[in-house]
Write a protein that binds this ligand. Structure first.
Ligand code: G4P
Length: 526
């Protein structure tokens, strides 16, 4: 098949949700449809261990299993679907943000009892900033939940999108009877039961079919009224508005009962976009170009501590990947061989022979690849848009045993490159500073320093509370700023200067006094 045909049949997306809304369950069901049940098993296994352990031990464990399940690929209706997992804990949302730069669409899962929750909101912000198209699945209709009209209203208000229901529930909880498919004018009758496909589901044709009222009496009138209301109130679905992230199609169901899930999968195939063009500093890159290009959006290190191996996750942006081909790392201008490149077709990592735009490939390496790196067949391209967020919590790091300082440095460099934490080197010297978006990140780093690098690190809270990357069109002005504020400036992993402040007023004073300096909350890898 030609590259453009392969691109056209690809769908790359992530599921975003607040913890416990049902992401794991839904993932499992989606995989079930595509016949990839063995992976579904691993998804379940990962989840099963959750309750037994403390939070960060679990993250540690997940890291072990998640290389296999952090990218899942399946075929459905002739499409190749790449599903990217996103870390669930909010302290790791930074990682999640970067994963979201690698997808072309997102599926938002909402717990119908809780509505739009904090974590969903934050993740949605990132999608909105990139105009990522979003599909919505309202889960757990088999429970006593909130009124569907109320939920639709909340989605529209909090997410600032028009919600266009594609299905509508008939009842909820004990009297949940099924969903109306508003586009195909038929009803899918609910029957509880987890591990089955929906082929056995009973379908009643026609929303006005008198059989519906005869069988489900009490809720029918209400559901019909609601449907009339939303048909009157919400606009027609517009594919253009959906692709622009302005409209979201909404589906109701119950993931655990595998109910209403197929409609979502079908919508992914029918509505979600195939890989589009991507912006590089130099030019716009088209997915069906013949030459390969890709960008590293995630790095997972030390899956096997004995080998210090790490896998760089690369989103293919154009062309076709073939195993063994030479790829140029544009940053370092070095070529790498790709004999060991893996795909994520199943629970095991598998050697990969061919992949196309939209696919994710894993390249094992020992540090030659960093977050944000662009790979090409020689062209000097640098993809933009991989975000790093200004940390909000800082700790200093020191070690008990000075003999281990080399290991500490190595460990911090590698963990920094992986994006697990941000490491800052103060301009004035002294202990390294660690910056994080969530406190849990520190615990994980301390734990990993000890177990992977044999370093007992002492972390102590630092006086800073905010950081801003500083730039200026005038290099002399930037130098003057750095010299004047020497005790408040530190350099990050790529040596970008950062201004550190202990409280908000300090930052605003600096901003007012230094008009030619720009202060950034977000650094895009470039
Ligand atoms: P997450 O990945 O988003 O964190 O959520 P996950 O799928 O783990 O689901 C969270 C809980 O919600 C699980 O229950 C799961 O069984 C339940 N759940 C998911 N979908 C549905 C649904 O459609 N209806 C109902 N009633 N429950 C649903 P748990 O008690 O945490 O785990 P378990 O004991 O069921 O394994």
């Amino acid at each position: 098949m030609a590259v453009d045909q392969e691109v056209a049949r690809r769908r790359t997306f992530a599921i975003i949700s607040h913890p416990d809304a049902g992401k794991t369950t839904l993932t499992e069901k989606l995989l079930l449809f595509a016949g990839a049940i063995h992976i579904a098993g691993s998804v379940k296994a990962r989840k099963a261990s959750r309750h037994a352990t403390s939070d960060w031990m679990e993250i540690e464990k997940q890291r072990g299993i998640s290389v296999a399940s952090s990218v899942m690929q399946m075929e459905y209706r002739g499409c190749v679907i790449n599903l990217l997992d996103t870390p669930g804990h909010q302290d790791f949302s930074e990682d999640t943000y970067r994963v979201l730069t690698a997808v072309d669409a997102a599926l938002m899962v909402i717990d119908a009892a809780n509505g739009v929750e904090a974590q969903t909101l934050r993740l949605l912000e990132v999608c909105r900033a990139r105009n990522t198209p979003i599909l919505t699945f309202v889960n757990k209709m088999d429970r006593e939940v909130r009124e569907p009209l109320d939920l639709i209203d909340e989605i529209e208000r909090t997410l600032n999108m028009t919600a266009v229901p594609f299905t509508w529930p008939l009842g909820m909880g004990r009297s949940f009877h099924g969903v109306f498919d508003l586009r195909r004018d038929r009803m899918r009758v609910f029957r509880p039961g987890a591990d089955r496909l929906d082929e056995q589901d009973e379908i009643i044709e026609g929303l006005d079919n008198p059989e519906i009222a005869l069988r489900f009496t009490e809720n029918v009138a209400q559901a019909r009224q609601e449907i009339e209301l939303i048909r009157g109130a919400s606009p027609e679905f517009s594919h253009v508005a959906f692709l622009a992230g302005e409209q979201t199609p909404v589906f109701f169901g119950s993931a655990i009962n595998n109910f209403g899930v197929r409609e979502v999968l079908d919508a992914l195939v029918d509505l979600a976009p195939s890989p589009g063009s991507r912006q590089a500093l130099q030019r716009q890159v088209q997915p069906a170009e013949s030459m390969f290009s890709g960008v590293v959006f995630k790095i997972q290190a030390n899956m096997n501590p004995a080998h210090r191996d790490r896998i760089a996750f690369v989103r293919i942006c154009s062309g076709r990947f073939e195993r063994g081909m030479n790829l140029r790392v544009v940053r370092s201008d070095k070529d790498i061989r790709t004999n060991g490149v893996v795909s994520f077709l199943s629970q095991r990592r598998e050697l990969l022979d061919i992949a196309y735009s939209g696919d994710i490939i894993g390249i094992p390496n020992h540090g030659t690849l960093q977050l944000g790196d662009t790979l090409t067949q020689g062209e000097r391209l640098q993809f933009t848009g991989l975000p790093f967020f200004a940390p909000e919590i800082f700790q200093t790091v020191e070690i008990a045993d000075p003999m281990r300082s080399k290991q500490l440095k190595l460990g911090l460099t590698q963990l920094g490159e992986e994006g697990a934490i941000q490491v800052f080197r103060p301009h004035a010297g002294g202990a390294l500073l660690l910056g994080a978006v969530g406190t849990l990140q520190f615990e994980v780093v301390a734990h990993r320093l000890k177990h992977e690098y044999g370093v007992d690190a002492r972390l102590a809270s630092a006086k800073y509370q905010m950081a801003r990357w500083v730039t200026s069109d005038d290099p002399r002005e930037l130098k003057r700023f750095i010299d004047t504020n020497a005790h408040r400036v530190a350099y990050d992993a790529v040596d970008a200067p950062t201004f550190l402040a202990s409280f908000g007023a300090e930052l605003s004073v600096a901003q007012e006094s230094w008009r030619l300096i720009q202060f950034h909350r977000l650094r895009e890898h470039a």
